[in-house]
Design a protein around this ligand. Structure first.
Ligand SMILES: Cc1cc2nc3c(=O)[nH]c(=O)nc-3n(C[C@H](O)[C@H](O)[C@H](O)COP(=O)(O)OP(=O)(O)OC[C@H]3O[C@@H](n4cnc5c(N)ncnc54)[C@H](O)[C@@H]3O)c2cc1C
Ligand code: SF4
Ligand code: SF4
Length: 658
């Protein structure tokens, strides 16, 4: 499954959080250079790195603060629903994400500098599961009269449908499969994304009034010209559904040499119930691990009949019936990787799990040719050993040998299938996108997801949000404009104040006397109620890094770890139990409490306690909301900057003044 966080950040993350973006233009720095201060505290909202590293751009800090009870729900709502509403502003699949997202957010989490990251996706799983249990629904926006065609009903297409419906645009999802879900349904096995959870989250989107046309392939059953006539805009979300063949002699000819996506689709459609002999998987990434783990689970059919040969089933010529595969034993499965184990693209815990399940992992090895038998089927894979020095590898002379195989599965990457839509393809069989996810030089056409560059669920869901914003602009005949530097779903304090009925009053400056050209009404406004005082929102520009926090405030607290049901090699045959067991409600709340709320007040009272002037005070109970918990009496403040020093979250900066 998971792609390591390093990969995520280095190559693919489309969000514009790069090295150096977190450099803070800090007023505090200027203060510390002097032995006196003429500035007073002000409150500066910044984006936490967890959110900056989440490709969907979720307001993670926000929903963690809701779970732990610091941010209070809107009237008439429980915290579970409020947290769900907040998390799904960016991503409508919290239950799925909580289970299978490799969580780049956790690698970015500042808590890593104290003890261990916050278990963000464990909390996300709880939020998603409790929303499913409660049967929560989404509400579409007011109808705009515009219609969008979405080609592809995978996570990208469905997330786009969700965001479009929130904005009130009608949409129709076309998918060539019998069911929606794309790779969530036909790639990732059900023990990782349980189908009731997946259907629950997908149906909630469809229930917003999304039309679906299943078993309909655009480019074959419907043409793009027909879509152009019926719809105001078109979004390609067709994924990269075609597995790449191994570029070695014999692979294409042998019927029992197949791709990982074909193998997993046959398993997930319920056709493939067993393999026949030894399975050799080539890859090292997420898909190869899934293939090997599934092969270990379904096991080997003994006394195989021609119809039961896996390749016939995978290619759709036959299907296994249950009676025919009743007698099964453990399958021998080898996973071959060119890289050394430590550098394989699959996450370490996935490799460890596969090994525990009895998959033999052979690293630093290169396939050379498929050895064909007299019947034209592959009977072995010829390989050679590799020697790695840094990033360079060399084949070891005379190291070739053969690995016996009844089924050879290549899981070395995927590409798109653009049949009937060839004019949109690039040289890699994918579709180009600009920074707003429009197809360059094709007005009205947008593209997002794996068909731009195969990556992760969270990435395609984040791209869907951006694409929908662009579609919305297009439908309103507006310029799409430049994306913000920190391109995430930001918390908006003004909206929060509106929700809690603390909205600033309309702007009405009093008096018309001008002093040096400035309206008198704009001077001395500290008591005026038309502004959010002493507050600056820098979250679209800055990520707050750990060195801007007061880490000494946080004690070591063990992370609450979910139980993973990983069978041993003896237990794996027929083991399809869900892997990721969720945290209890109590554990979830305790885990959320580990969050350091980077970049926004979490109501610790340090500034109130330590202020030697009693200048910092708590705002009245009935006026306070998240981010507006304390205020400063500037008549008392002497600019000693103790409050800024002891603020654990970096929310206070000495900025107000000259
Ligand atoms: C085996 C495997 C395991 C993975 N594990 C993880 C994981 O653990 N965590 C993670 O975050 N990511 C994982 N991924 C990656 C993730 O699944 C993909 O990034 C994601 O599904 C891509 O979403 P998408 O909507 O762009 O495309 P897809 O999920 O591929 O969906 C595209 C849909 O469009 C349909 N379609 C294509 N062409 C047409 C057409 N012409 N007309 C109509 N319909 C069409 C397809 O049939 C499909 O249903 C995994 C991928 C694979 C293959
Ligand atoms: S979607 Fe993934 S990266 Fe984003 S918050 Fe959830 S686990 Fe983290
Ligand atoms: S401590 Fe909380 S706010 Fe800070 S990065 Fe981690 S999860 Fe995000």
């Amino acid at each position: 499954m998971a792609t390591p966080a390093d990969e995520v950040k280095k190559e693919y993350t489309f969000r514009k959080f790069k090295d150096g973006d977190n450099r803070v233009d800090s007023w505090n720095q200027q203060i510390f250079k002097a032995d006196h201060s003429y500035k007073c505290p002000t409150y500066v909202l910044q984006t936490p790195p967890c959110q900056g590293s989440c490709p969907s751009g979720e307001d993670i800090r926000g929903w963690l603060n809701i779970v732990r009870g610091i941010e209070k729900p809107a009237e008439g709502m429980d915290w579970q629903e409020y947290a769900f509403r907040r998390s799904t502003e960016a991503n409508p699949f919290p239950s799925v994400m909580g289970r299978v997202c490799p969580a780049p957010c956790q690698d970015g989490c500042n808590r890593n500098q104290v003890d261990d990251f916050v278990g963000i996706n464990a909390v996300e799983q709880f939020i998603g599961d409790s929303a499913l249990d409660a049967g929560l629904k989404f509400t579409p926006g007011a109808d705009t009269g515009k219609k969008v065609a979405i080609i592809g009903g995978g996570p990208c297409g469905l997330a786009a449908a969700y965001q479009l419906r929130l904005k009130g645009h009608a949409c129709t999802v076309f998918d060539d499969h019998e069911d929606l879900g794309g790779m969530m349904m036909y790639g990732i096995p059900g023990y990782r994304t349980p189908r009731d959870v997946l259907h629950g989250e997908m149906n909630r989107i469809i229930d917003m009034g999304v039309e679906t046309r299943l078993k309909t392939r655009v480019g074959e059953d419907v043409t793009l010209e027909e879509l152009e006539k019926e719809f105001d805009a078109v979004l390609f979300a067709i994924g990269a559904q075609t597995g790449r063949d191994l570029p070695i002699e014999g692979f294409k000819e042998a019927p029992n040499c197949l791709t990982g996506v074909a193998f997993l689709a046959a398993f997930n459609e319920g056709r493939l119930k067993g393999v026949a002999g030894k399975v050799v998987v080539i890859g090292g990434g997420d898909t190869s691990i899934d293939v090997a783990s599934v092969a270990r689970r379904i096991g080997k059919i003994t006394n195989v009949h021609e119809n039961d040969r896996p390749e016939n089933v995978i290619l759709g010529q036959t299907a296994h019936d249950v009676a025919g595969v009743a007698s099964k034993e453990g399958a021998e499965v080898a996973l071959l990787s060119r890289h050394e184990i430590a550098n394989m693209t699959a996450a370490k815990h996935e490799i460890d799990d596969a090994t525990r399940e009895g998959v033999e992992i052979i690293d630093s090895i290169d396939p050379v040719a498929v050895v064909l038998g007299d019947d034209g089927r592959a009977k072995a894979l010829r390989v050679r050993k590799l020697k790695w020095e840094g990033n360079k590898m060399e084949p070891i002379e005379g190291s070739e040998y053969e690995i016996e195989a009844d089924l050879i599965v290549a899981a070395i990457g995927q590409t798109g299938n653009l049949k009937g839509m060839e004019e949109f393809g690039n040289e890699r069989g994918l579709i180009d996108a600009d920074s707003n996810f429009q197809v360059p030089n094709k007005p009205g056409y947008f593209v997002a997801g794996d068909i731009v560059q195969p990556h992760l669920l969270t990435t395609v869901i984040g791209q869907a949000s951006v694409a929908v914003e662009s579609i919305d602009h297009y439908l309103k005949h507006e310029e799409a404009g430049k994306r913000p530097k920190v391109d995430v779903h930001h918390f908006n304090l003004l909206n929060k104040l509106r929700e809690t009925h603390h909205e600033p009053a309309p702007f009405k400056p009093e008096g018309d006397e001008k002093v040096r050209g400035i309206d008198r009404g704009l001077r001395g406004t500290s008591d005026a109620d038309f502004a959010i005082h002493n507050f600056e929102d820098r979250s679209a520009q800055q990520i707050i890094s750990a060195d801007k926090l007061f880490l000494g405030h946080f004690e070591h607290v063990e992370r609450h770890v979910r139980h993973e049901d990983v069978p041993t090699s003896e237990e794996v045959l027929g083991h399809f139990e869900e892997r990721m067991k969720g945290l209890s409600e109590e554990e979830t709340i305790e885990e959320a409490k580990r969050c350091m709320s980077c970049g926004v007040c979490f109501e610790c009272d340090n500034c109130v306690i330590y202020c030697p002037q009693d200048a910092v005070y708590k705002v009245k109970q009935d006026e306070h909301t998240i981010g507006r918990y304390v205020a400063t009496d500037y008549a008392r403040c002497i600019g000693c900057h103790i409050c800024a020093d002891v603020c654990p979250t970096g929310y206070i900066q000495m900025g107000l003044g000259e």
